[in-house]
Design a protein around this ligand. Structure first.
Ligand code: HEM
Length: 498
C-alpha cells in the first residue's frame, strides 16, 4: 500500500510540475513543445537517425537560436556563427554544468580546467597555461623538437609496418597517431619520456579513444537523466568512460606522489615540468595545487590535447587519400620549403599557403567537436530580442554554419582554394572563419598548440609518405563517426615511402 501511495503522489507531483506550473518563458528563444519528463528528446530522435544532424535540422524550423528541454535541463542551441560568437563571449556564459559522469570523473568536486567555473577556473587555467609555456607549450621553436622526436618515432613505426623489402603497405589509420600525439603533452606535463612511461601512454591512448568514441546516445541520455548511469552503466557506456577516467586518475596520482617524494629529497625549487610546478606550488596554494586537482588537470590536458589533434591527423590522411590532387599540391609546396627532406618548421607556413588552406578546409569538413563544449549561463543573457535565463545550458552546433551555402557558396565541395585569393595567397582573416576552437574567454586554450602540431605533423607526413586507397577498395566515408569527440570511421590507406 505504501509503495502504491508513494507512486501515486510521485506521479501527481510530476503532472503538476510539468503541466500546471506556470513558468514564465516570455522572451526566451522559441522551441518545440515539451513532453513531461522527456522534454524534447523525442524531437531530437525523430529529426534524424544521424544524431549529428538533428540539432541543425531543428534549427531549420526554429531559427538560429532555439530552446530545447533535454530531460530536466533547459538548453539553448546556438547554430549561427553570430549567435555562437556573441553568446559564448558573454561574461555570463563562462559557466559549466557539472552532473553525472562529469562530476564522477572529478571526485564530485568542481576542480580541473574543463569542468570548473568562477575564480577557481580562471586562476587555475591562467596558472597552468602560463607554466606550460615555460616547458615549450605553444612556442614553435621548443615544440619543434618535441614534434620531431614524436614524428620520427611514428615514422619508424610506419616503416616497420612497411618492412625493408617493400616500399609500401596498407595500414589501418585508426589510432595510428594517438599515442605519438599524447607523448607531446605528456613530456610537457611530466618532463620526461622514459621507456617505463610507454605502457602507460599505450593504455591511456587505448582507453581514452574508447571513452571518446563511446556513444553519443548513451552520453545524451546520462546528461538528460544522470541517475540512469547507475541503472544501465553498460548499456549507456558509462562504464567505458569511467574506466578511462579512473585509469588516468590512478596514473596521475602515482606520478604526483613519486614527484612529491623526489622533490623532498632533492630540495629542487625550480620546476622542469608542469607536474613539478604543481607539487612545488602546493605549499603556496594548497587549494588550487593538490593531488586531486593535479589528477583532473592532467586528465583535462591529456584528453583536450590528444583526442582532438589525433582525430584531426586521421582526418588529414582521410582527405589526402580522398583528394589525391590536393595531396600532390600540398607535397609540392612543402617540398619547396624542405628540399632536402628535413622537418619543415612552423615559420615555413607563410611559404605554404595551399597547405594552410588545406588544413582550414579539413577543419570546416571534419568537425571533431561539432558541438564545442556546453557552457552554462550564470546570469540572464540578452541576444537580439531574446533573453537566455540564468541556469540554461548553452549548446553550440557548428554544422549549419560550416555547410552554409550563403557563407561558402559550394560547401559540399572539398576545395582548399576557397581560402586563397587570385594570387594564390591566403586570404587574411581565413582562420577567423573557422569555428573549431570556440569563442570568448572560455575558448580552447590549446588553439595555437593545436595549430602548430597540425601544421608540422601534416607537413612532415606528406614529405615522408604518399597515401592512397588500397587497390579495389571504395573511397572511405568522409563523414565522421559520432562520439564525445568525433573522428573518421576506421579505414585503411596504402602508405608509400617518398
Ligand atoms: C585540433 C585541435 C583542437 C580542437 C579542435 C579543440 C577544440 C576545443 C573546443 C571546441 C573546446 C571547448 C571550448 C568551449 O568551452 O567553448 C576546447 C576546450 C579545451 N581545450 Fe581544446 N581543442 C584542440 C586542441 C587542444 C590542445 C592542443 C589542448 C592543449 C592543452 C587543448 C586543451 C583544451 C582545454 C584544457 C579545454 C577546456 C578549456 C576550459 O574549459 O577553460 N585543446 N577545445
Amino acid at each position: 500500500m505504501f509503495v502504491f501511495y508513494t507512486f501515486a503522489v510521485g506521479v501527481a507531483l510530476l503532472v503538476y510540475y510539468y503541466l500546471l506550473r506556470k513558468e514564465d518563458k516570455t522572451g526566451e528563444p522559441p522551441g518545440p513543445k515539451t513532453l513531461p519528463i522527456l522534454g524534447n528528446l523525442l524531437d531530437l530522435i525523430w529529426a534524424s537517425s544521424n544524431m549529428t544532424q538533428s540539432l541543425g535540422i531543428l534549427a531549420e524550423k526554429w531559427g538560429e537560436i532555439y530552446t530545447l528541454q533535454m530531460g530536466t535541463k533547459k538548453t539553448v542551441v546556438l547554430t549561427s556563427k553570430e549567435s555562437m560568437e556573441t553568446v559564448l563571449s558573454n561574461e555570463s556564459a563562462l559557466g559549466r554544468e557539472v552532473s553525472g559522469t562529469v562530476s564522477d570523473r572529478a571526485f564530485h568536486k568542481p576542480i580541473g580546467i574543463l569542468a570548473s567555473s568562477g575564480l577557481y577556473w580562471e586562476t587555475l587555467r591562467t596558472w597552468a597555461f602560463k607554466n606550460l609555456k615555460d616547458f615549450g607549450f605553444a612556442k614553435s621553436v621548443e615544440m619543434e623538437s618535441f614534434i620531431q622526436t614524436t614524428a620520427e618515432t611514428l615514422f619508424n613505426e610506419i616503416d616497420t609496418h612497411i618492412g625493408t623489402k617493400k616500399n609500401s603497405a596498407a595500414i589501418q589509420v585508426d589510432l595510428l597517431f594517438h599515442p605519438s600525439i599524447l607523448t607531446i603533452m605528456w613530456q610537457m606535463c611530466v618532463g620526461r619520456l622514459d621507456p617505463d612511461d610507454m605502457p602507460k601512454i599505450k593504455i591511456l591512448s587505448e582507453k581514452g579513444d574508447r571513452c571518446l568514441q563511446s556513444g553519443v546516445f548513451g552520453t545524451g541520455i546520462v546528461n538528460a537523466f544522470p541517475f540512469l548511469r547507475r541503472v544501465f552503466p553498460n548499456l549507456l557506456e558509462y562504464n567505458i568512460q569511467m574506466d578511462y577516467f579512473n585509469t588516468c586518475n590512478a596514473i596521475a596520482k602515482r606520478m604526483y606522489l613519486d614527484c612529491e617524494a623526489k622533490l623532498k629529497v632533492t630540495q629542487k625549487t625550480k620546476p622542469s615540468s608542469l607536474l613539478e610546478a604543481f607539487v612545488l606550488n602546493t605549499l603556496n596554494d594548497k587549494e588550487m595545487c593538490n593531488c586531486e586537482n593535479w589528477q583532473i588537470t592532467f586528465q583535462d590536458l591529456i584528453m583536450g590535447s590528444t583526442d582532438t589533434s589525433s582525430s584531426f591527423m586521421e582526418a588529414f590522411v582521410l582527405y589526402l587519400v580522398a583528394f589525391p590532387e590536393a595531396q600532390e599540391k600540398v607535397y609540392q609546396e612543402v617540398l619547396k620549403v624542405a628540399p632536402n627532406g628535413g622537418f619543415p618548421g612552423y615559420a615555413d607556413r607563410s611559404e605554404t599557403p595551399y597547405t594552410q588552406a588545406f588544413i582550414y578546409e579539413v577543419h570546416r569538413n571534419a568537425r571533431v567537436l561539432q558541438n564545442l563544449a556546453p557552457h552554462l549561463a550564470t546570469a540572464d543573457i540578452k541576444y537580439k530580442n531574446y533573453t537566455i535565463k540564468k541556469g540554461t545550458i548553452l549548446l553550440a552546433d557548428t554544422r549549419l554554419y560550416s555547410e552554409s551555402k550563403e557563407v561558402w557558396g559550394d560547401p559540399e565541395v572539398f576545395r582548399p582554394e576557397r581560402f586563397l585569393n587570385e594570387a594564390g595567397e591566403l586570404m587574411d582573416p581565413s582562420w577567423q572563419s573557422i569555428v573549431s576552437f570556440s569563442f570568448g574567454r572560455r575558448n580552447c586554450p590549446g588553439e595555437l598548440h593545436g595549430k602548430i602540431v597540425g601544421y608540422m605533423f601534416l607537413a612532415a607526413f606528406v614529405l615522408w609518405y604518399k597515401v592512397s586507397i588500397p587497390m579495389g577498395q571504395p573511397l572511405p566515408r568522409l563523414d565522421l563517426k559520432p562520439g564525445i569527440s568525433s573522428k573518421p570511421y576506421p579505414f585503411e590507406a596504402v602508405f608509400t615511402r617518398r
